[in-house]
Ligand binder design. Structure first.
Ligand code: ADE
Length: 227
């Protein structure tokens, strides 16, 4: 999978070299390219934004500069992801769907976002004919300073689903078995008693059927407690 990200703060993407993502990249499973949006700004000040038509607070990112940056990245079969708190909520299902894409482009807006004509332009027929799809995505109902951290969240969730990325692919099948909403039961490791708290007896029993039942129930309880 090829992943491009466009941002005025390319340094935000340094964590892509660490841990799981770093290894996936070293192994050639995913190919990251980070682009500095400002490189496409031609005026002396390298401005990337201007005041909004219609008035109001904040600044809006210029369509011309985004167009120059994105035109170079829009090959056939591309999913363009525009990060915005107004987008569709990111979840595990969206991560799973995007993990079968061949090319993802993350457009990281700052300020009050990117001029909406950028979304409109790349959503038009000339692009959909080439299997270029545009998604406006939010990672949650809160406002970040920009789309960089949101992109990292999405990239990590998507990349770990690619074949060969996780050391133990069984972790993925356990997760998918639990997509009924009760994702995680509580986990325990050694010692069996810590600060007077003992691990539930059943987990030490070796009875896999009973352990599975206990875990399903505990996951359900946890989900209910966290509502
Ligand atoms: N940009 C600012 N806030 C965001 C959010 N919650 N999700 C995605 N992009 C954002």
């Amino acid at each position: 999978m090829k992943i491009d990200a466009v941002s005025i703060f390319p340094d935000y993407f340094a964590p892509l070299q660490l841990s799981l993502l770093g290894k996936a990249s070293d192994a050639g499973i995913v190919d990251f390219h980070i682009h500095d949006l400002r490189a496409f700004a031609s005026d002396n000040h390298h401005a990337v934004d201007d005041t909004p038509y219609g008035g109001g607070a904040g600044m809006v990112m210029l369509p011309e500069i985004w167009g120059l940056a994105l035109d170079r990245l829009m090959v056939d079969e591309t999913d363009l992801i525009i990060l915005t708190p107004a987008g569709k909520r990111f979840d595990q299902l969206m991560a799973a769907r995007l993990s079968s894409a061949s090319h993802l482009v993350f457009a990281c807006g700052r300020y009050e976002g990117i001029d909406d004509r950028v979304r409109q332009h790349y959503s038009s027929d000339q692009y959909s004919k080439r299997n270029i799809r545009v998604h406006e995505v939010s990672i949650g109902d809160y406002v970040l300073g920009g789309g960089e951290v949101a992109s990292l969240v999405m990239i990590e969730a998507i990349t770990r689903l690619l074949p060969g990325v996780l050391g133990n692919p069984e972790s993925l099948s356990e997760e998918s078995h639990n997509e009924d909403g009760y994702l995680e039961y509580p986990n325990f490791t050694k010692p069996s008693t810590w600060r007077d708290i003992s691990v539930p007896e059943i987990l030490l029993s070796g009875n896999h059927g009973e352990i599975a039942k206990w875990r399903a129930e505990a996951a359900k309880q946890r989900a209910a407690d966290n509502l």
